[in-house]
Design a binder for this molecule. Structure first.
Ligand SMILES: Cc1ncc(COP(=O)(O)O)c(C=O)c1O
Ligand SMILES: N[C@@H](CCCC[NH3+])C(=O)O
Length: 427
């Protein structure tokens, strides 16, 4: 059990959260190494070892730093990056280049050069002129790059509009109109500077229903068939993205990986048999599902404002700067007073941050034990897209990140200081 309660105190991966707050300060991101490793094991058991010719590339946008790269490498996964900065982090962690896959809808020439110089495994091309950019860089450097095309499958997933990516009206992927996609495929097949590996789709994030994955798969399979029929070219790989939902609150009906992956694998096997081709290598790109539930954030309670008949605001020392998701996606979270876990939850309050924004609310109408200044409040399932989407708004320094494992803790990202925030300023 990653979360435990002893003497009314919340423990996380064996660590007393009050002691963590005392030792490292708040706000504090706490990541359980045990939980991350357990998720990687689940992926191995239900996908990598169950099916031959498969890879899992951790979508590092969910949570990335040098230590995380080391964990992912140790667990045998590949890594998906979407920017020069993410790629640089992986390079600095000595992540094996052939296990790096580069996504992103607007890669700059510098980013492509960095990727080609480091001989990364794959670039997922997401735009019509990107292939030509890659070709020119490869030509200049005398190299050849493996590429896939990210397609826009034209499916609408059931998630917040800002985190669905597969619908036709999207900045992601290449549209599937014949006059657009086929010339692009032909260019990639004929290119001297790239190996055309196949198609990639990612339909959206925080999904609990496999319908859009399966629909997008059909679209991609048709494209594999069309490519074979038109150009006698069999693409050796298919990337079916990530998007597997996690549990933030009881309303989330989280499904196991197998719920998404088994029917897709079955369909790909059947399709390959029918087409009389070797089954392509299948790649997934999970992000949130690996780290989301592995993280909590600890805050210290400050000002409490009780507006009679309206609402009680409990302010904590972080907010939208360390977790933008409630403000951006109306995301729901649950939390608890880490020093009062066993006390009856008799109060209903709104947990808000300290930024100069009315929308800086972390949990609306949370049922809690009566809170007072100095209490430590823990919010659960903050491991994905919290730290990586954090900001210095209102010049709030970024919190530290602590990795915990079976009662041991170590800092993996230092807390920013005020000086860190102004060190690039010139006057
Ligand atoms: C291309 C791509 N792959 C993978 C992911 C990871 O998604 P998730 O964190 O939902 O697994 C994303 C983000 O939504 C993405 O855009
Ligand atoms: N940042 C999103 C997930 C990524 C969506 C786009 N690929 C979230 O916090 O839910």
């Amino acid at each position: 059990m990653i979360k435990q309660v002893k003497d009314g105190i919340l423990y996380f991966d064996g660590c007393n959260t009050l002691e963590l707050a005392e030792k490292y300060g708040t706000p504090l991101y706490v990541m359980s190494e045990t939980a991350i490793v357990e998720k990687c094991r689940e992926i191995r058991n239900s996908f990598l070892q169950k099916y031959k010719k498969t890879r899992a590339a951790y979508a590092s946008k969910a949570f990335l730093n040098l230590s995380m790269c080391k964990i992912i490498e140790r667990e045998g996964l590949c890594i998906d990056v979407v920017s020069g900065g993410e790629l640089y982090t992986a390079i600095k962690a000595n992540f094996p280049p052939e296990k790096i896959e580069f996504n992103g809808n607007n890669k700059t020439i510098d980013e492509i050069e960095l990727a080609v110089d480091y001989n990364i495994g794959r670039i997922i091309v997401d735009g019509l002129d990107e292939l030509s950019l890659i070709e020119s860089v490869c030509k200049q450097k005398g190299k050849k790059m493996n590429v896939l095309y990210r397609i826009t499958p034209g499916v609408k997933s059931d998630s917040h509009d800002y985190i669905v990516t597969g619908k036709k009206d999207s900045k992601f992927g290449i549209p599937l109109d014949d006059e657009i996609i086929f010339p692009a495929i032909e260019q990639a097949i004929k290119s001297e500077y790239v190996n055309f590996m196949g198609f990639h789709y990612h339909v959206g994030s925080q999904l609990h229903d496999n319908a859009s994955h399966l629909k997008a798969l059909e679209t991609s399979l048709k494209l594999i068939k069309d490519t074979k029929d038109k150009y006698s070219y069999v693409t050796p790989e298919i990337n079916i993205g990530g998007g597997f939902g996690i549990k933030y609150t009881d309303a989330d009906d989280k499904k196991p990986y197998s719920y998404f992956l088994d029917p897709m694998m079955e369909r790909i096997e059947e399709f390959s048999k029918d087409l009389n081709i070797e089954r392509p290598e299948v790649v997934i790109e999970p992000g949130r599902s690996i780290v989301g539930e592995a993280g909590i954030t600890l805050y210290t309670v400050g000002t409490i404002k009780d507006i009679p008949g309206i609402r009680k605001y409990v302010s904590v020392d972080g907010g939208m700067t360390d977790n933008i998701r409630p403000a951006l996606y109306q995301a729901k979270y649950e939390g608890v007073a880490a020093n009062k876990v066993d006390e009856p939850k008799t109060d209903t309050v709104t947990i808000c941050g300290k930024c100069c924004e009315s929308g800086d609310v972390l949990i609306r109408d949370a049922e809690v034990a009566p809170l007072k200044r100095g209490d430590i409040f823990a919010i659960f399932s903050t491991g994905a897209y919290g730290y990586t989407m954090s900001s210095n708004y209102n010049k709030n320094p970024l919190p530290a990140v602590v990795l915990v494992k079976e009662g041991e803790s170590r800092i993996v990202v230092k807390r920013q200081s005020y000086d860190d925030m102004i060190k690039n300023d010139l006057c």
